[in-house]
Design a protein around this ligand. Structure first.
Ligand code: GLA
Length: 387
């Protein structure tokens, strides 16, 4: 891949003198969905697919961007001096947003750069292609200008840029999973205080299979921000009767005790999901530690039911993928992953059942939805690196 992007860099920007190459992963969340902005736990992992970048510092303040995924757009030019949140639907808002966020944090970026990207994560699939670009950009900036920031800072800067430059009120999960990724481990992160623990994922005789619905989803135009504010309102109502900082502070029993404080039935369902999903995530990690992968799978399945019924972020495409997956022998657990409304499902499938899983789920999906799903048998990889 390094040769491929270097070659393209030379073609697009003239030559490759002084160019460095980088990689930042995508991520998949195993369980703990829509909990990261509710002070709950998440359990994502970085993937070995992600975003490749080639970058070179310039002698002026110009920015030149090129994406091998959007070749038709050609070279997109901008300047470090013009960085401001703009409502334009172009991918350069992600790297520009991160540069803007560095400056907001007091890091002055002295020179512009030529930056070429190639992503092998399907765009808009719910595997965090945008967070991957954000973390990659931060990593490049740190490497190029020696900024004193940790990988965790890169995650926070990425989230800040997504929230304030790109207008998506996302939590910290995606950027954190990508910046802090560790091969063969998932990250058990408490989003209330960012304490975390790496948990080894040793799926004896099974693998993680991602099914991509190919229903495109943009977080900005989805109901993501709406769900977030529903939870905020429910929290404020609950705070009238119980001293909590976030929905993640509640146990299931406490929720049952206090839930009538949430006046609206829809909001109550949203809050119920946030509380129960957080508890499920804690239980799932405990099950994994006890080597009880069947229990882990059951909790994944329960997560999906809650995301469908209480959080209402699935839709026919994701529902079909999961329901067909559940019919296959050898599927330990299956659920939607990421924001929802489209994107992907994540399943744990016994190795000898993977071929029939892909064939059968794929065929039923095509029959019902009218276009094909894509399947990826994935590996858990490290965070960003120079390659
Ligand atoms: C998106 C957001 C994350 C998280 C998930 C849902 O991926 O970027 O912060 O909220 O949705 O779990």
């Amino acid at each position: 891949m390094k040769e491929k992007i270097l070659h393209k860099f030379g073609e697009v920007f003239g030559d490759t003198t002084g160019v460095k190459t980088y990689f930042a992963p995508g991520r998949v969340n195993l369980i703990g969905e829509h909990t990261d902005y509710n002070g709950g736990h998440v359990f994502p992992c970085a993937l070995t697919i992600g975003t490749y970048g080639a970058a070179r510092q310039r002698a002026d303040r110009k920015l030149r961007f090129y994406s091998m995924n959007f070749e038709q757009l050609g070279v997109l030019e901008s300047s470090l001096d013009g960085l401001k949140p703009e409502k334009e639907a172009d991918w350069t808002n992600y790297p520009k947003g991160v540069m803007w966020a560095f400056e907001k944090r007091g890091f002055e970026i002295p020179y512009g750069m030529d930056l070429l990207l190639f992503g092998n994560i399907p765009n808009g699939s719910g595997l965090s292609s945008s967070a991957s670009v954000e973390v990659l950009t931060g990593f490049v900036l740190r490497d190029m200008f020696g900024f004193d920031v940790t990988n965790q800072d890169l995650a926070l800067i990425g989230q800040y840029s997504e929230n304030n430059f790109n207008g998506v009120n996302c939590g910290i999960m995606d950027q954190f999973a990508i910046a802090m990724g560790k091969k063969d481990h998932a990250i058990f992160l408490d989003t209330a205080d960012l304490s975390f623990e790496y948990a080894p994922i040793q799926l004896e005789g099974a693998k993680i299979v991602i099914a991509c619905s190919n229903k495109k989803r943009g977080l900005g135009d989805s109901k993501y921000n709406e769900r977030r504010s529903e939870c905020e309102t429910a929290l404020a109502e609950l705070q009238e009767v119980v001293g909590i900082k976030s929905l993640g502070d509640l146990t299931e029993e406490q929720f049952e005790q206090y839930q009538t404080a949430v006046k609206d039935e829809v909001r109550r369902k949203r809050a119920r999901h946030a509380v129960y999903e957080n508890q499920r995530t804690i239980k799932a990690v405990a099950a994994l530690k006890a080597n009880d992968i069947e229990q882990f799978g059951q909790l994944m399945n329960a997560s999906r039911v809650s995301l469908q019924d209480d959080y209402e972020v699935t839709g026919i495409e994701l529902d079909t993928l999961v329901e067909e997956a559940w019919k296959i022998d050898g599927v330990i657990g299956s659920r939607m992953t990421g924001a929802g409304f489209g994107g992907c499902t994540v399943s744990i499938v016994k190795t000898d059942a993977i071929d029939s899983f892909i064939e059968k789920v794929g065929a039923e999906y095509l029959k019902k939805i009218g276009y094909a799903a894509d399947f990826y048998v994935v590996e858990i990889g490290d965070g960003p690196s120079v390659i």
